[in-house]
Design a protein around this ligand. Structure first.
Ligand code: ATP
Length: 202
């Protein structure tokens, strides 16, 4: 299965681009979705997290209290390393199994941290959704009602624009409207269909 990783900074338009690929019938695996699936109630990882941090890390309905977990590991590198050691292999497995079940000619892995994490190893190509940083802030702020300061903090923790572009095989320039984005996705889609037809995976 030919796989393309779709990434970009916060508010760049990954979800919008992923939606365009979906409209063209392409299977999209969302890395954030995979990260939620592995800690659903009943999954062994959730039990291990509850044993490690105490049952207080669970909400009343038995789900993971993500906000609390985030604040617990925010400044504690040891705890964060423990959690990542537990979850990263499981997320990877979840992503791989979903990619393998793809019914379309190729598959997309949408991930905000594709390059920062080892997830880029799961794909054949990297497609970056690119946006000037001021527009990134503008769109992310409008969408989430987030304070600009918070968006900038998240951006600082992500790869810089140029570093991300340096890793790109393909770039979607999302500085214009959604119709322009759709047009660029359609062109890439044709290219990926050809690549998928000629790429042999062992
Ligand atoms: P995040 O990493 O935060 O999940 P994202 O990269 O998935 O963000 P989107 O949610 O797709 O980004 O887009 C951010 C916001 O910008 C959304 O409100 C979306 O509707 C809007 N948007 C995306 N592309 C465009 C565009 N070309 N023109 C105008 N608005 C856009």
């Amino acid at each position: 299965m030919f796989r393309v990783g779709l990434t970009g900074g916060i508010g760049s338009g990954k979800s919008a681009a992923a939606e365009c690929f979906r409209e063209l019938g392409i299977h999209v695996v969302d890395a954030d979705w995979a990260a939620r699936v592995v800690v659903q109630p009943g999954k062994p990882a959730l039990e291990k997290i509850a044993q490690h941090f105490g049952a207080g890390i669970l909400l009343e309905n038995g789900e993971l209290n993500r906000a609390q977990l985030r604040s617990l590991i925010f400044e504690d590198t040891e705890e964060r390393a423990w959690l990542e050691g537990l979850l990263h292999p499981l997320i990877r497995e979840e992503i791989l199994s979903s990619l393998e079940q793809s019914p379309s000619q190729y598959a997309i892995l949408e991930s905000p941290l594709l390059i920062e994490s080892s997830q880029y190893q799961l794909v054949d190509r990297i497609c970056v959704v690119d946006l000037p940083e001021n527009l990134q802030v503008e769109r992310a702020t409008a969408r989430d009602n987030n304070r600009e300061e918070q968006i900038r903090k998240i951006m600082a923790a992500q790869l810089g624009r140029q570093e991300r572009l340096d890793k790109a095989d393909d770039v979607l320039d999302n500085s214009a409207g959604l119709a322009e984005l759709r047009g660029q996705v359609e062109l890439l889609h044709q290219k990926y269909l050809q690549m998928a037809a000629t790429t042999k995976h062992n």
